[in-house]
Design a binder for this molecule. Structure first.
Ligand code: PHB
Length: 368
């Protein structure tokens, strides 16, 4: 018999009371296909259910000025009904799926939101901008400082309740890539003078209050978080020592709550288009702090590198993003040594072409 391929990635792992059949995680990816998930979205996720765990695309907790007009949400009953189709299809295909709960904060744009400025910890715009659907190349808009962060904590918690009603297996707080939670964490975007700003203890309060709310609904082992300590994306990033101090304290707090997992992105070029980020060796710096949760790593890993990280104990599982776009059967291809397919049309990553949302979405074939 031939030797099993990727034995470390294919070793099942326990995530609380859930058994993941392998350590290959389908990462969250914005695909901008429907505000209310449909059978087509269900088919897309079910095709990818071979992953040990599927993470939903960023799912909005309230309407907001995202540049993706068809990013899905989970703030109303029609969306809950839509997501039920998705979770049922994934379960029927033998998979598990968690919802990634998302608020963009200042990374939303006033012009995508009927002129209403997006909310943020402080009224400080990010530098740069990437608003592909607006005329010209407008930069980020100036957000409005949130008066009471509790209003937003409550929205996240309601979304986590909705995710339960929709049949997800758990929830992940999107606290990465310069969106609302990250804006509270880092000092350049958070100049608050109340107990949500200033010290690290204050800046991590918003994230921890949301997480504690999630835990009440789901239990700690069904709650995860995604962090990007190296920054880079959406004009985020702290100096090395500040980033290490901030994210170390946050990770220790999260681990003490025995979360299901802590997902950490490493520094890589796609998420640092301007070079603003700070490379940090996440395995050396953060891995030793995680004792009670799974440590999931993310960041342009090849299957071979992911295998090595798990084999060496540098990570418990690996999240893969882009290969999942053009390889619905990514897991089966790795398992059987089949070649991976490339993305054939980059336009379809985020947009429908020829008025057909399924193109480049559900029509990538499985390997024969
Ligand atoms: C994006 O839409 O470009 C996007 C969304 C969520 C992320 C990162 C990027 O975490």
């Amino acid at each position: 018999m031939s030797k099993a391929l990727f034995p470390a990635l294919f070793k099942p792992v326990q995530l609380g009371d859930l058994q993941l059949k392998n350590r290959i995680i389908m990462a969250s990816m914005t695909r901008n296909r429907n505000i209310y998930p449909t059978e087509m979205n269900a088919e897309y996720y079910a095709q990818r259910a071979g992953a040990g765990l599927v993470l939903s695309e960023g799912t909005l907790i309230e309407p907001q000025g995202t540049e993706w007009p068809e990013a899905p949400g989970i703030w109303n009953s029609k969306q809950i009904e839509g997501w039920k189709k998705v979770t049922k299809a994934v379960h029927n295909a033998g998979g598990l799926i968690w919802a990634q709960l998302w608020h963009l904060g200042r990374a939303a744009h006033v012009l995508h939101n009927c002129g209403v400025p997006p909310p943020a910890p402080s009224a400080i715009a990010a530098n740069g901008g990437k608003f592909r659907l607006l005329n010209g190349t407008p930069g980020y808009s100036v957000p409005e400082a949130i008066e009471d962060p509790q209003d937003y904590v409550k929205l996240y918690i309601q979304a986590a309740e909705n995710a339960k009603a929709a049949g997800f297996d758990g929830v992940e707080l999107h606290a990465a890539n310069g969106y609302l939670v990250t804006q509270f964490l880092e000092q350049h975007s958070n100049k608050r003078t109340d107990n949500y700003g200033g010290s690290i203890e204050n800046r991590i309060r918003f994230a921890l209050e949301i997480i504690d709310g999630f835990i009440k609904i789901w239990g700690a082992s069904r709650v995860g978080i995604k962090l990007s300590p190296s920054g880079g994306y959406n004009d985020m990033g702290e100096k090395y020592d500040d980033a290490v101090a901030l994210y170390s304290q946050l990770i220790k707090e999260l681990d003490s709550r025995k979360l299901g997992y802590i997902q950490v992105m490493r520094h890589f070029q796609f998420f640092d288009p301007t070079g603003r980020g700070t490379p940090i060796n996440i395995d050396e710096v953060f891995r030793p702090l995680i004792k009670n949760s799974l440590f999931i790593v993310n960041g342009d890993f090849s299957p071979e590198e992911g295998e090595k990280w798990v084999e060496e104990g540098k990570a418990d599982a690996v999240a893969f993003a882009r290969p999942y776009i053009s390889n619905p059967d990514f897991v089966e291809r790795l398992q059987h040594g089949k070649e991976l397919s490339a993305i054939t049309d980059m336009r379809t990553l985020y947009l429908a072409v020829d008025n057909d949302k399924s193109k480049g979405y559900t029509d990538y074939p499985r390997a024969t």
